[in-house]
Design a protein. Structure first.
Length: 333
């Protein structure tokens, strides 16, 4: 039975607005996508995690497996489908689908198959989630990000790549291991391509408040000589190939890196992360997606920080830009 509301009571009968909750969409339910969903749920990054994959049986199985563990993490809902509508009204969409990298295969070799997939899938996602911030994770991420911007027509701030966030984490881990300090006290970035031409920015790196190039060595651990730095830089580049050769894919660390990017967007943290975005006049570099330290918040990418670089580092960054640009040109971008 309903009761009429009259007089002053009528003025109070205002519908209670539904609380807007955060929703993260993940394209691809493979090793990276499903682990990304797990990491985002464990960190409590979003209230809803939505998975999209062409393999309906696979995506539904991943949803069930993740949902059965909700009791042990922050409250959330997991949904999944082979229908793009599952991503409707997402705040963030993370694109992990793509061709699988084989042992010995460079990231740039993956470009053709992955760009074709982006061309097929991305426009439909943008239709159902036009206001989402898009994070491209699929390799080769810099070329794929550039292609995705051209294909989608989205503003450069709204779509960017995970870039060298993971590479910078690898770099900091190796520096911490060599110096014997906590990785959280190491501040260093990898810039350029997420791939073979990437470069550590040694001249702006620090350990605690000590410039890395002036680190004297403590507790029986030696300084970071040029030989040590060269060895660390090589290991950062080669570690992904070693992981792929050993187990077929990298998934844990990139999932954690991706979930960190997601949080920076959803919480409007304005966190500085070396993501891959379209550069326009950055130290003389334009019209290419590369990783440089960048402010990331609710609107996507904001300011790119022009960090101090040595002449060799700047030259390396420009070479990296040309390597990525030449691959993009091969595919008509």
């Amino acid at each position: 039975m309903t009761q009429d509301i009259e007089g002053d009571d009528a003025a109070l009968a205002v519908p209670t607005p539904q609380r807007r909750t955060s929703k993260v969409g993940i394209v691809g339910a493979g090793a990276v996508g499903s682990t990304m969903a797990y990491a985002a749920l464990m960190r409590g990054a979003a209230r809803t995690v939505a998975l999209l994959d062409v393999n309906r049986q696979k995506v539904e199985a991943e949803v069930l497996d993740l949902s059965h563990g909700i009791q042990f993490m922050s409250m959330a809902e997991v949904v999944g489908s082979d229908d793009v509508s599952v991503l409707s009204d997402c705040d963030v969409v993370v694109f992990t689908a793509g061709a699988k990298q084989r042992p010995g295969q460079s990231r740039l070799d993956l470009a053709e198959a992955t760009i074709s997939l982006v061309r097929t899938v991305l426009p439909g996602i943008v239709e159902v989630a036009p206001h989402a911030v898009y994070v491209m994770v699929t390799n080769p991420v810099d070329v794929v990000t550039y292609a995705a911007l051209k294909i989608s027509g989205l503003p450069p701030a709204q779509l960017f790549g995970s870039g060298t966030v993971l590479d910078s984490s690898r770099l900091r881990y190796l520096i911490a291991r060599h110096t014997g300090v906590a990785v959280q006290n190491v501040h260093a970035y990898v810039a350029g391509e997420h791939g073979d031409s990437e470069l550590p920015l040694w001249s702006s790196a620090s350990i605690g408040a000590v410039p890395l190039l002036e680190w004297p060595g403590v507790g029986g651990h030696g300084p970071l000589t040029s030989e040590v730095r060269e060895s660390i830089a090589s290991e950062v580049v080669e570690s992904a190939y070693r992981i792929i050769e050993g187990k077929g894919a990298t998934n844990y660390a990139i999932a954690l890196a991706g979930s960190r990017i997601i949080e920076a967007v959803l919480k409007d943290e304005r966190r500085i992360l070396p993501v891959s975005s379209l550069l326009d006049g950055y130290l003389g570099i334009s019209d290419v997606c590369l990783s440089v330290p960048t402010v990331v918040g609710s609107s996507g990418v904001a300011e790119r920080l022009e960090v101090p670089m040595s002449s060799d580092e700047l030259l390396g960054l420009r070479r990296s830009a040309e390597a990525v640009r030449s691959v993009a040109r091969r595919f008509g971008f």
